[in-house]
Design a protein around this ligand. Structure first.
Ligand code: HEM
Length: 361
């Protein structure tokens, strides 16, 4: 440890490198002027977030690496869940940390805002790295957003960003959590059939057909009940239920081709009470919780920003709150959100075959 100064006992401050850490809040390098309390608070909060981002990145990498293998041992799943849950709790904590930021009044921020020039959270490479690692693609970002292009520009202008650029160029080529999750879901045994089994396709197609039939049946019953009492006219209701079935078909067989990963996900969600599906279902829940906590973190950031700078342009040049609100619509694990729309109640599920495969031995 480089800061270990060589007493006989490792001290608290040596272990945590406190001398170096507590030197880092004085504002820009070489700035002689004392910064006021509000600005110190502003810097400390940013640094705390960046430290959390650092931990989030290492947790996400551990989860991704465990799930990346072509055969994930059952005993590994709780470990993946553990890493994801830690990230979720950090995001929840970060969402609440915006409350501390909000103790900065708009007027007090204006005292030092000009000093920031065009510096903005927009330039946080760790934030971009965690988006890459989770699997956020440019197509799903706010229009025109291309973090790598932005980073090349930043690094061109200032070499301090070369390190960030290198990290981002490397991370974007790595498999994302979304990629490895999709591959893992694809291998889910469906009705007792494994992807490598000879008749797998038959089992999967049968499962989908039977499931869609049950869904149509359910929708019919719900429509009958609703039709009598709903304030919405029957034609509109019929069209809504019809579109629900069409989207279920498109979800399971996009452009007519079966998506085994989504079918596997539906199977886990539908038969989630089966003993051997307990951890897979927990894993899926952990991904959903993670993304939900991330959305809440983004939402609270936007609300804090609205309170402090209103609707003005951000220091990074974006539309400010409007841009941040757009980012709250990002969804990475889209299949996990999509499956919720097509779930039906347990008693209406088609019978399961080979259920013994999903029991504890
Ligand atoms: C007074 C406090 C803050 C204000 C007014 C503020 C405002 C903004 C605005 C307007 C943007 C949009 C980009 C731009 O045009 O600048 C932004 C982006 C961002 N801010 Fe903040 N922010 C504040 C504090 C923080 C803190 C403490 C962090 C922690 C690291 C942070 C992290 C980010 C990140 C990561 C982005 C990029 C979001 C994305 O593109 O998805 N901000 N902020």
């Amino acid at each position: 440890m480089s800061s270990y100064t060589g007493g006989s006992r490792l001290t608290y401050s040596e272990y945590l490198r406190l001398n170096e850490l507590l030197e880092l809040q004085s504002g820009e390098i070489g700035c002689e002027r004392e910064i006021n309390n509000d600005e110190t608070h502003f810097i400390i909060i940013h640094q705390i977030f960046e430290l959390w981002f650092k931990l989030i990145l290492s947790e996400l990498r551990c989860a991704r690496n465990l799930l990346m293998s072509s055969h994930v041992e059952e005993a590994e799943i709780p470990k993946v869940v553990g890493h994801l849950n830690r990230v979720t709790e950090i995001c929840r904590l970060m969402a609440n940390q915006w409350k501390v930021m909000e103790t900065l009044s708009p007027q007090d921020f204006l005292v030092f805002r000009d000093k920031l020039g065009t510096a903005s959270g927009f330039e946080s490479w760790q934030m971009r790295e965690l988006e890459f690692l989770m699997g956020l693609k440019n197509d799903n970002r706010s229009k025109g957003m291309d973090p790598l292009k932005h980073y090349k520009k930043l690094a061109n202008e200032n070499p301090t960003y070369l390190k960030g650029l290198k990290i981002l160029e490397k991370t974007i080529k790595e498999p994302s959590l979304d990629d490895v999750l999709k591959k893992w879901l694809e291998r889910t045994p469906i009705q007792g059939s494994f992807i490598s089994d000879k008749n797998d396709e038959k089992f999967v197609e049968e499962f989908i057909d039977n499931y869609l039939d049950s869904m149509i049946d359910q929708n019919k019953k719900t429509l009958e009940n609703m039709g009598e009492y709903s304030s919405v006219d029957i034609e509109t209701l019929e069209a809504r239920f019809e579109s629900n079935i069409l989207s279920a078909r498109e979800y399971l067989r996009p452009e007519g081709k079966t998506n085994r990963g989504r079918a596997g996900l539906l199977f886990i969600e539908a038969y989630r009470d089966l003993p051997l599906l307990a951890w897979p279902r927990k894993l899926i829940d952990s991904f959903v919780e993670l993304e939900e906590s991330m959305v809440i973190f983004r939402t609270y950031h936007a609300r804090m920003v609205e309170r402090i700078i209103g609707r003005r342009v951000g220091t990074g040049g974006s539309s400010g709150v409007d841009y941040l609100d757009e980012t709250t619509k990002y969804r990475i694990f889209k299949d996990l959100w999509g499956v919720r729309t097509i779930l039906i109640k347990k008693s209406a599920l088609p019978a399961i075959s080979n259920s013994e495969l999903y029991d504890f031995k």
